[in-house]
Design a protein around this ligand. Structure first.
Ligand SMILES: *[C@@H]1O[C@H](CO)[C@@H](O)[C@H](O)[C@H]1NC(C)=O
Ligand SMILES: *[C@@H]1O[C@H](CO)[C@@H](O)[C@H](O)[C@H]1NC(C)=O
Ligand SMILES: *[C@@H]1O[C@H](CO)[C@@H](O)[C@H](O)[C@H]1NC(C)=O
Ligand SMILES: *[C@@H]1O[C@H](CO)[C@@H](O)[C@H](O)[C@H]1NC(C)=O
Ligand SMILES: *[C@@H]1O[C@H](CO)[C@@H](O)[C@H](O)[C@H]1NC(C)=O
Ligand SMILES: *[C@@H]1O[C@H](CO)[C@@H](O)[C@H](O)[C@H]1NC(C)=O
Ligand SMILES: *[C@@H]1O[C@H](CO)[C@@H](O)[C@H](O)[C@H]1NC(C)=O
Length: 278
């Protein structure tokens, strides 16, 4: 299965590279993440929390996001914090690879707003249990910044088949130089069975040290709500008290990024290395 998926991914990359190579940043993307996988028979119906906006050292292809990942290239629902313009902005995005969108689009992005270092960016991805439509609501409590976007293009069979909740950092020609990335007041709701084995402080990771604390769960009507008080993705080579470094603007950072397509492919490639823990 794993080999098959890898072969498929390689084939996809081979097909797509000629089209996009001209506009890709010149050095490889680095992905860091932490992944919660719901138990067999469960699907996520909500993923909410607060992302603390880190320092932005310079304009650049930094992409930081919590996301809900579908299996088999099915897509990712993600509010993406990006630093490409030299000002953090966050977009609500539904991104997928296969050609199932009625409009033929593969990437639906809605600009939300700019945010500042230290802002507590509240995100809430949830499915409406009557319409089956996913939405992402963003807000910065204490300000008038708020945005809700709905994603009705997520087909029903996908909308109810989401097993992965991810905290991810994608760096395109960038270093992880913005310090640790902190998420707080996280709540992940999985529907379908009462299995709570996935709700712990030892999720799968891809080359990422993290500190998960205050993890507990409640179970009600075949729904498991997993709470995590704090999830910190720790900057490699730094320690908790170290400050992020400043550096000069990079030329790559001046180019606007428009290829979230690759986020999904690369994220999926990364996901193939996980050991599911249901
Ligand atoms: C955010 O969305 C807007 C509107 O679709 C788009 O122009 C912009 O490139 C997006 N930014 C990122 C970083 O995806
Ligand atoms: C649907 O959502 C509403 C509002 O969140 C909730 O009160 C209700 O219990 C939900 N119904 C089901 C079947 O999950
Ligand atoms: C949760 O799953 C049950 C079936 O096990 C279903 O009836 C219910 O609508 C689901 N709730 C949501 C919010 O998807
Ligand atoms: C939101 O607050 C900002 C700064 O206080 C203000 O400039 C802006 O007009 C406000 N926007 C709305 C829609 O109230
Ligand atoms: C992990 O986070 C908790 C809560 O913030 C903190 O008390 C603890 O010291 C942290 N552990 C490490 C190794 O950083
Ligand atoms: C579970 O964790 C949440 C925060 O993550 C906390 O507010 C709540 O009090 C905890 N509940 C129990 C029973 O420990
Ligand atoms: C952690 O970072 C602080 C501040 O940069 C430094 O003074 C300290 O020596 C570091 N500790 C370790 C164990 O690296």
């Amino acid at each position: 299965m794993r080999l098959h998926l890898l072969a498929t991914l390689t084939a996809l990359l081979t097909v797509l590279l000629p089209t996009y190579a001209d506009t890709l940043p010149q050095t490889p993307t680095t992905i860091y993440n932490v992944v919660y996988t719901a138990s067999t028979g469960q699907n996520f119906i909500q993923f909410a929390g607060t992302m603390i906006v880190p320092h932005l050292p310079h304009a650049g292809f930094y992409y930081l996001w919590p996301g809900l990942f579908l299996p088999d290239y099915g897509g990712v629902l993600q509010p993406v914090l990006s630093g490409g313009t030299g000002q953090w902005t966050i977009n609500n995005t539904w991104y997928y690879v296969v050609n199932e969108d009625p409009a033929g689009a593969q990437d639906v992005r809605d600009v939300a707003f700019g945010v500042q270092e230290g802002d507590g960016m509240r995100f809430d991805m949830r499915i409406n249990n009557e319409t089956g439509i996913w939405s992402i609501t963003l807000s910065v409590p204490g300000t008038n910044k708020t945005a809700t976007n709905e994603f009705p293009m997520i087909l029903p069979k996908k909308a109810y088949n989401i097993p992965y909740a991810v905290f991810e950092i994608e760096l395109w020609s960038q270093q992880w130089d913005f310090g640790s990335l902190t998420f707080t007041d996280i709540s992940m709701v999985a529907n379908g069975t009462t299995s709570t084995s996935w709700c712990n402080d030892r999720p799968a990771t891809l080359q990422t040290s993290f500190n998960a604390s205050g993890v507990n769960f409640t179970v009600q009507d075949k729904q498991v709500t997993c709470n995590i008080q704090s999830m910190v993705l720790l900057q490699p080579g730094a320690n908790a008290s170290a400050q992020p470094t400043e550096d000069s603007p990079s030329s790559a950072g001046k180019v606007l990024f428009g290829l979230s397509f690759w986020w999904l492919l690369l994220g999926l490639g990364a996901m193939l290395t996980y050991t599911p823990s249901s």
